[in-house]
Design a protein around this ligand. Structure first.
Ligand code: SAM
Ligand code: SF4
Length: 330
């Protein structure tokens, strides 16, 4: 058997999250400041060829699933051509995309013909005005259209909702109610301080337990589902509802023991954990002339050092958590 990416805790890495760009067409309050982030020069972004090469090398080491994220993947020029290119990698079983949905609709047919299995659509409010306040852009109709089209497509649809104290917590029940007649997996994400400025002060902490207790208060019969191995969400279903809901304990980090993921940022920083501050610049290594064998050796060594959990990763950082999710690749 080929060499596989296994860390010192025996976790096998099979899932890459790759940030296509640090740019975005929205300005979500929990992700970046109103003026946006300091985007990097174009030549500091990985090229599509570099992304393809990284993915190919990783897939030869056992990565069989890639999630494309950002920033907003669809704002980068020629993203669809890159998707077609990635589809050629016969070692990949699954390509998934996380998007805000503003630009996806016209590409859906093409996407359905590739090995894209699932789209995570981010939507934090069902109310147009509130959506505008959260994202600081008036694009609700486009996202709503994408939601309808995705629901009726061959693709699995997951709806990502970042739970923001005092902003959209009164819509948690409405989001679960969406799953009554619609085959959607709604996933509530604990808000993290990755917003370009750092930890916010809030009156209430909306963690996994509080989100679940809010939902329990609204429904009489909720069933716990069996989660897939390495699932990022803990999943449930309201009895007799068509869709499901889940909670992603992104901040309380209770799912790390089963983690199968690594990340590459848009500038080519390798991350073993969402909470580390980037452990190696792959872009510089490749541009310095590294061969594929050297890349493989590097990945094997880096993964071996994956921290036990997100708390250890955070302690090892050189600065506090404050960078934007858009630069990390959420
Ligand atoms: N632009 C795309 C989107 O919004 O879906 C992809 C990138 S975005 C950074 C990926 C995911 O991270 C989205 O679901 C977003 O809601 C989530 N996210 C961003 N900032 C976050 C934060 N501070 N805490 C929790 N989730 C966050
Ligand atoms: Fe853009 Fe996604 Fe961040 Fe919102 S969460 S600002 S859509 S990258």
């Amino acid at each position: 058997m080929n060499q596989q990416l296994v860390d010192n805790f025996g976790r096998q890495i099979s899932y890459l999250r790759l940030a296509i760009t640090d740019r975005c067409n929205l300005r979500c309050q929990y992700c970046m400041p109103a003026h946006g982030i300091d985007i990097v020069n174009r030549n500091e972004l990985l090229t599509y060829k570099e992304m393809y090469r990284i993915t190919r090398v990783l897939s030869e080491l056992g990565v069989n699933k890639v999630r494309l994220t950002g920033g907003e993947p669809f704002v980068r020029k020629d993203f669809m051509s890159f998707l077609e290119m990635l589809d050629f990698n016969d070692l990949l079983d699954e390509i998934n995309i996380t998007t805000n949905g503003v630009l996806i609709s016209k590409h859906l047919e093409q996407i359905e013909n590739l090995k894209v299995k699932s789209i995570n659509l981010s939507l934090d409010s069902l109310n147009r005005e509130k959506f505008k306040t959260i994202t600081r852009r008036d694009q609700f109709d486009k996202v709503d259209e994408a939601l309808d089209l995705l629901e009726n497509s061959k693709l699995n649809l997951k709806l990502n909702v970042v739970v923001q104290s005092g902003i959209n917590t009164n819509e948690i029940i409405d989001f679960v109610e969406l799953t009554k007649h619609r085959n959607i997996a709604v996933r509530f994400i604990e808000e993290m301080p990755f917003n370009g400025t750092g930890q916010k002060q809030t009156d209430e902490v909306w963690n996994y337990n509080k989100i679940l207790s809010e939902i329990n208060g609204g429904f009489t019969s909720i069933e716990k589902l069996i989660d897939k191995k390495s699932s990022t969400s803990i999943n449930f279903k309201v009895d007799n509802y068509k869709g499901t809901f889940g909670i992603i304990p992104a901040f309380t980090r209770t799912i790390c023991s089963d983690c199968n993921r690594i990340r590459i940022t848009a500038t080519g920083m390798f991350k073993n954990c969402l909470f580390d501050d980037g452990v190696f610049n792959i872009r510089k290594f490749m541009r310095g002339g590294a061969s594929n064998d050297e890349l493989k050796d590097l990945f094997l060594k880096l993964v071996a050092r994956k921290p036990k959990d997100g708390f250890v990763a955070e302690v090892n950082r050189s600065s506090d958590v404050s960078e934007s999710m858009s630069t990390i690749g959420g």
